[in-house]
Write a protein that binds this ligand. Structure first.
Ligand code: 2P0
Length: 340
């Protein structure tokens, strides 16, 4: 028996992927840029074994059996790795051997916290390790076919998923823009508003968006290309203010597109909106842009803040959003910001 175990972290989009031009190959209508969390934080952990004695392919997610051969995305990842292994001539056991896959997420699954990104990135990377394949951009094209955003979780730091223009998706790849060490004091805080499974999954939500939103193609063609350039420049220069503005505008536009979808997809709730307001008020009160928010396809907030500003922001969050809601201080301009 041969076994490999790997972990892959969650990534959070700064410029959002929303909408496909090819559903089967998972080809996006626009580029996206993300930041990957530290490997020890929110991550998927996957063990894959291959054995001559296994009668069938099997998979468990968080200890529960999940369909394998009926899952087209999963099968496409396995077949993609088999193709690479054949081309590489590197496989140390027959490709006909069945595999058993056990994967765990250490965070809520399908609550808009990028669980499929970490999950499929981990699956593809662990399969690559099992077959002794090297890490390269081809693996990102395979992970992409499990879940679009998964291609970005194969790298740490800041990552750019280029939409590509070819019909077969061979140029729809993820590349690393900068490793995490490039901006070591960049922190991400996750505020879990609700960890329940979301009503409309991302796949369905973006499909409906492409079919019904009058704004989505304008966004893909006219807005995103410039934002990607500006964000890459902001990351390069470690310019937090520009980074924050682009990130927040991107989140707002994603949710505007979701509301422009018919019937609308509503992912943010009242608490999410209160958090977004809080961040703008906080920045105004402290007199500079020190925090940014982004929301994916769920109500949970992800805040970006530099290390030196974390304690003050956290103290303010605890004032504005205490565990006991009746103690909440409305975060209006002029409300004392905890001292540095
Ligand atoms: C992103 N999201 O860029 C965007 C922002 C959610 C909001 O990628 O259909 O689970 O599997 O390709 O990757 C979530 O979509 O969708 C996502 P599929 P995926 O992170």
């Amino acid at each position: 028996m041969f076994t490999a175990t790997c972990i892959a972290p969650v990534n959070m989009a700064l410029v959002k992927y929303w909408g496909k031009r090819n559903e089967e190959l998972i080809l996006p209508i626009n580029d996206s840029v993300s930041m990957t969390l530290d490997a020890n934080e929110m991550c998927a952990k996957t063990t894959i074994s291959a054995s001559e004695s296994f009668k069938q392919n099997r998979m468990w997610l968080n200890g529960e059996v999940v369909p394998f051969e009926e899952n087209a995305r999963l099968m496409r990842c396995v077949e993609g790795i088999h193709r690479l292994a054949l081309a590489n001539g590197a496989h140390k056991f027959p490709l006909s051997w069945k595999v058993h896959i056990a994967s765990y997420n250490n965070f809520p699954t399908a609550a808009g916290l990028a669980s499929s990104a970490a999950g499929y990135a981990c699956l593809v990377y662990t399969l690559a390790r099992l077959y002794d394949l090297p890490m390269n951009e081809e693996l990102t094209t395979i992970a992409r076919q499990g879940s679009g955003s998964a291609c970005r979780s194969l790298y740490g730091g800041f990552v750019h998923w280029q939409r590509g223009t070819s019909a077969d998706g061979s140029d729809s790849i993820a590349v690393q823009l900068a490793p995490a060490e490039h901006w070591p004091n960049m922190h991400m805080l996750i505020l879990v508003v609700n960890d329940a499974r979301k009503k409309t999954g991302s796949t369905k939500g973006m499909q409906l968006g492409v079919q019904t939103s009058a704004l989505i193609q304008h966004r893909a063609k006219e807005v995103v290309p410039q934002r990607v350039k500006d964000l890459i420049a902001a990351i390069d220069a470690r310019d937090f203010e520009s980074f924050a503005e682009i990130t927040m505008k991107e989140s707002n536009q994603l949710h505007a597109i979701c509301l422009d979808t018919y019937p609308p997809c509503v992912y943010m709730n009242d608490v999410s909106h209160a958090i977004a307001n809080f961040v703008h008020d906080y920045n105004e009160t402290v007199g500079s842009v020190q925090a940014a928010y982004t929301f994916d396809a769920g109500p949970n907030a992800c805040l970006y803040v530099l290390a030196e500003n974390v304690p003050r922001l956290l103290a303010a969050i605890q004032l504005a959003f205490p565990n006991d809601a009746s103690q909440s201080v409305e975060y209006l301009k002029g409300i004392p910001v905890p001292p540095v």
